[in-house]
Design a protein around this ligand. Structure first.
Ligand code: SAH
Length: 388
């Protein structure tokens, strides 16, 4: 295997040089490494550091006693960075023999023997056998077959990456239904749909193990979804968590959308605005997908760590922080197309909506999109007026 050394944060890692002619080089190499995910891993360092601070302030525990597992570790990069850059104990696991050897080599290169442990198991077996404060599920593809074991294992925080955005967002409808037992809708806000299907699946898996959740931070970036969930154990907390589950109505004719909370609910077939037949997605997570204060803590950690993607990461987390907690954003371009109107700057539109007495914000999901509590009829009036 031809290898090279790369540096992310303050961690040095030996990774294979992928064949140049491959369609997707990271998965063609004997051990997986995707340089594009450095952004995801930088945010992981900051978010995990922020969460560890919270744990230390709330629990009678030492930093070195906090245990993190990188269940799909490949080169070891994710877990090594947590051990080296956050200073907690990290277990790195991969069932591939080549990956296992590379993880051990990378532990030595970073002198992290004391703070780490390499394992060579099926992730589901490891997670059913051992408990960790922080469980990180970053497989290549869908996390769905691993959510049960991860929910059983986790004590304090569950971090999940999903790269199967087509099934989650409704582009591969039946695959999404099979993996997540939820029906998504492929609308202009499909990326948010995907996140809410994933969060809903996590809430239901955790519920089986008597664990509730509070999403601390979630973002959808390019072709993946990443979320950090605080675990709150106990039946009462599970019941409270499940109150954030429900369905989302969408009217394909007028663009109305709205949440319906609950798992067994009456849903009118007709759009409350235009009386057309509506479409329904769910079950979904309809609660907040990030906690404002946690976003501020992550931004402080991003400042404190040497990270190559620091500025981009700070910008993203700031966007997440400042979004309204109203599910399912609107895309200005979609509404403009329907109305035959021309689009204005997104900030101008948001100001105009606010001037009419409604709440409005941008969203990290898309630069041309916004969230608001204004009804679709009002939104259209405002867009028409701005376009005159
Ligand atoms: N998290 C890594 C990328 C993981 S790629 C990073 O940030 O770079 C997915 C890895 O999971 C591969 O190395 C593969 O060998 C391993 N894998 C896939 N299924 C597994 C399973 N059921 N148990 C353990 N490892 C698994």
């Amino acid at each position: 295997m031809i290898c090279k050394t790369i540096v992310e944060g303050t961690t040095k890692v030996l990774v294979p040089v992928p064949p140049l002619d491959a369609a997707f080089p990271p998965s063609a190499a004997p051990v997986f490494y995707n340089p594009e995910m450095e952004f995801n891993r930088d945010i992981n360092v900051a978010a995990t550091a922020a969460f560890v601070k919270r744990l230390l302030s709330r629990k009678d525990i030492l930093r070195e006693e906090i245990r993190y597992v990188d269940a799909f570790s490949a080169s070891g990069i994710r877990g090594l960075r947590i051990a080296g850059e956050v200073g907690i104990h990290s277990t790195m696991n991969d069932w591939s023999p080549e990956a296992f050897e590379m993880i051990k080599e990378n532990i030595k290169i970073n002198g992290l023997e004391e703070k780490t442990f390499a394992t060579h198991r099926n992730a589901n077996v490891l997670l059913h056998e051992q408990k960790f404060h922080i469980v990180d599920i970053d497989p290549f593809g869908t996390p769905s077959p691993f959510l049960d074991a991860a929910s059983a294992s986790v004590w304090s925080m569950l971090s999940v990456t999903a790269t199967d955005t087509a099934p989650l967002c409704g582009a591969h409808l039946n695959s999404g239904i099979r993996k997540y037992a939820a029906v998504p809708l492929n609308t202009e806000y499909h990326s948010e749909m995907g996140l809410r299907v994933l969060l809903g699946a996590c809430a239901r898996e955790l519920a089986k193990h008597e664990k509730g959740m509070i999403p601390l931070l979630s973002h959808v970036t390019r072709h993946y979804i990443r979320t950090y969930l605080e675990i709150i154990p106990g039946a009462k907390n599970v019941s409270r968590t499940l109150k954030s589950m429900g369905f989302s109505i969408h009217c394909p004719k007028c663009g109305f959308r709205g949440p319906v909370y609950g798992l067994a609910v009456h849903i009118d077939r007709k759009c409350p605005m235009c009386e057309s037949l509506t479409q329904i997605a769910g079950p979904l997570w309809l609660g907040p997908f990030r906690e404002l204060e946690f976003c501020n803590e992550v931004i402080s950690e991003l400042e404190a760590h040497p990270l190559n993607t620091k500025d981009k990461a700070k910008k993203l987390i700031t966007f997440c922080r400042d979004e309204l907690d109203i599910p399912m954003f609107y895309d200005q371009h979609v509404i403009c197309k329907e109305l035959g109107a021309s689009a204005t700057g997104i900030e101008t539109l948001i100001e105009a909506i606010r001037a009419d007495g409604f709440e409005a914000s941008r969203t990290h999901f898309s630069g041309t999109s916004f969230r608001t509590d204004a009804p679709i009829t009002e939104i259209k009036k405002i867009i028409r007026k701005l376009s005159e």
